[in-house]
Write a protein that binds this ligand. Structure first.
Ligand code: S3P
Length: 168
């Protein structure tokens, strides 16, 4: 078992679930967005404002490529990361990608007042369209999909069951 990578829309619970999973599985936790913020020396909204989204996506791609050197880590990705083919291709085949499939309403309630640049620049309808488009991408790239409308602890139990059964 290599890395356990969590993907899904903004607000689906990747960070909460990732932290809990790493503790329970005694695996190192990596928050990919936190790593690239550290690399850039500024928070994501500032990266977008100063350098634009294309630059952010380059940093994100480099961070994903960097995972090839890591083993036995639980990784939370940013909501856009696994929707780009080059990032999906950069993932080691032995890594498991788990899609946290939460309802749009759940995600939206959690993100609508946040400072995420994609949220700040989009209407609720545009975010819903993005959610539907991205959901198809998450389903394609993931080795497993879990119902992320469940409470985080229950989600963690499910992923650990799958992990111990060798399913993911
Ligand atoms: C993004 C999601 C964010 C962060 C950046 C872009 C996206 O991460 O990577 O603001 O494109 O959906 P979270 O999914 O953790 O909010």
């Amino acid at each position: 078992m290599n890395n356990l990578i969590l993907c899904g829309f903004m607000g689906c619970g990747k960070t909460t679930v990732g932290k809990l999973l790493s503790r329970r599985l005694r695996m190192e936790y990596i928050d990919l967005d936190a790593e690239l913020e550290a690399e850039a020396g500024m928070p994501i909204p500032e990266i977008f404002a100063q350098y634009g989204e294309a630059y952010f996506r380059e940093l994100e791609h480099e961070a994903i490529k960097g995972l090839a050197k890591r083993i036995r880590c639980v990784v939370s990705t940013g909501g856009g990361a696994m929707t780009f083919a080059r990032n999906v291709s950069a993932i080691d085949r032995r890594d498991a990608v788990v899609f946290l499939d939460a309802a749009f309403e759940t995600c939206y309630a959690r993100i609508k007042d946040s400072d995420r640049p994609i949220v700040r620049r989009s209407t609720a309808q545009a975010l819903h369209e993005l959610f539907l488009k991205r959901r198809a991408a998450y389903l394609c790239c993931s080795s497993f999909c879990v119902d992320a409308n469940l409470p985080a602890e229950q989600l963690v139990d499910t992923i650990i069951l799958l992990y111990n059964a060798g399913t993911v």
